[in-house]
Design a protein around this ligand. Structure first.
Ligand SMILES: CC(C)(COP(=O)(O)OP(=O)(O)OC[C@H]1O[C@@H](n2cnc3c(N)ncnc32)[C@H](O)[C@@H]1OP(=O)(O)O)[C@@H](O)C(=O)NCCC(=O)NCCS
Length: 178
């Protein structure tokens, strides 16, 4: 099984495989209404600890998962990006996703981290395609998808809610990023 790196760096960000130590930061994210408005609402500590356990298991099982992002200048946590095994949009898929603390929105960090995760998906994991999905009104996330090169591929149900799904295949990605 090919495995993703547990750490990577971009121009402004250090990314590290998520672990139990992220609990305080993830709690802080889910206390911020600006962020959790599109993440399904607040989560209590028990739910977050359960989420972190699940992410740890995801890394062990699939060899990739969620990375916490730190600002390389300050060391402060600023969000996460992830590669997630999913059947939404077709069995055996891999989704790329992102979340950034609201005070740092529109600085290009989701694009920077999501582009790096996309590169890992294609170049290291050798995937043929990636998907990304969100609720239709999440214009910011759709903008990140577009900027990386994902294209709208239809409407799907996910977690009992209507979602839009975007897709990017490796051949298309390589034409501009290879
Ligand atoms: C979605 C999210 C991660 C975007 O983070 P970000 O770091 O602000 O995004 P970027 O600065 O990298 O933006 C990349 C592009 O997306 C588009 N975009 C981002 N935010 C936008 C907004 N509020 N309105 C319109 N377009 C937006 C723009 O095209 C932007 O490129 P540009 O700045 O050159 O115009 C952030 O809004 C967030 O954390 N939201 C809450 C959590 C969430 O919804 N996560 C996704 C779940 S599917």
């Amino acid at each position: 099984m090919r495995r993703a790196p547990e750490t990577f760096s971009t121009t402004r960000l250090d990314a590290t495989r998520v672990g139990a130590e992220a609990v305080a930061f993830v709690q802080e994210i889910f206390r911020d209404d600006r962020v959790n408005a599109t993440l399904g609402g607040p989560r209590d500590a028990a739910r977050i600890e359960n989420d972190l356990d699940r992410w740890s298991g995801h890394w062990d099982h699939h060899g990739f998962g969620l990375w916490i992002l730190h600002d390389r200048n300050s060391g402060a946590p600023v969000g996460w990006t992830m590669l997630t095994a999913t059947d939404t949009g077709g069995a055996g898929g891999v989704e790329v996703g992102w979340t950034i603390v609201a005070d740092r929105w529109r600085e290009g960090m989701a694009f920077e981290a999501g582009s790096a995760a996309t590169r890992i998906g294609f170049e290291i994991l050798g995937l043929d395609a990636l998907v990304s999905f969100t609720t239709p009104h999440n214009i910011a996330s759709r903008g990140v998808m577009d900027k990386i090169g994902f294209r709208y591929d239809g409407d799907v149900a996910h977690a009992g809610l209507p979602h839009v799904i975007y897709r990017l295949d490796r051949t298309t990605w390589e034409k501009t990023n290879g």
